[in-house]
Design a protein around this ligand. Sequence first.
Ligand SMILES: Cc1cc2nc3c(=O)[nH]c(=O)nc-3n(C[C@H](O)[C@H](O)[C@H](O)COP(=O)(O)OP(=O)(O)OC[C@H]3O[C@@H](n4cnc5c(N)ncnc54)[C@H](O)[C@@H]3O)c2cc1C
Length: 218
Amino acid sequence: MANILKNAGSHKILAILVGLKGESPLELIELCGRTSYQSRDRITPGSAEKFVEMLRNRGHESVLEHSCMTVEFNNVSRGFTHELVRHRLASFTQESTRYVDESNFYVVIPPDKDESEKIVELELPDGKKIKISFKEWADLNEQMYRGLRKAGWVPQDARQILPIGIKSQIVVTANFREWRHIFKLRTSPSAHWEIRYVMTNLLKDVQKRIPVIFDDIT
Ligand SMILES: Cc1cc2nc3c(=O)[nH]c(=O)nc-3n(C[C@H](O)[C@H](O)[C@H](O)COP(=O)(O)OP(=O)(O)OC[C@H]3O[C@@H](n4cnc5c(N)ncnc54)[C@H](O)[C@@H]3O)c2cc1C
């Protein structure tokens, strides 16, 4: 039976780039940024926050590219990942539907929808009509996938009937400037509910972990 996921998309931060001498991401950015005016002698405890805030406010975002973050996303749909991979300045590794068997699949559905409500009328080959729910359709889809696999179809062929809502896992690495861009686009009210939900949670998380860099994005 297919499994239903509602508001289950989540993130896990795998890495945030710091300096070899233990500099925080902000200190690393300050160290790099002060190359311009040869002003590293002005580095003091606490100066990094003010320096990075100045860069951010003046729009000197290229300096923010000196640190980056790697994030794993779980229980997100292929629709979500397809939107994410449009961000060309990031690096991605994603679960393969060519090689991974999906005989027990999970589907992400809109949180406000009832997967058990029989709302769609189907006409069967014998002309008989039945009403089915999203969940029943997902179960049929899963049976079809399994049947194709049993008949000898390899995952990369059987995947052609998988829904775009199927669960996936993806790992993304991007520099802070690109993450700022992704957050601005993907947490806005015009973004799709799934990516908006997951990215808003990630944004709140990084605002707590890394001061200044993402604070101006609401
Ligand atoms: C609400 C919403 C609705 C959308 N609807 C659709 C849709 O209907 N159809 C569709 O196809 N897409 C759609 N998209 C995707 C959108 O068109 C972009 O592909 C996606 O948001 C990535 O944005 P980007 O190109 O700015 O970012 P990135 O690829 O992350 O690039 C970051 C920035 O780098 C610069 N850059 C990157 N590559 C180049 C380049 N080759 N040349 C010059 N500058 C470059 C640009 O300044 C760019 O903003 C939608 C996106 C959103 C947020």
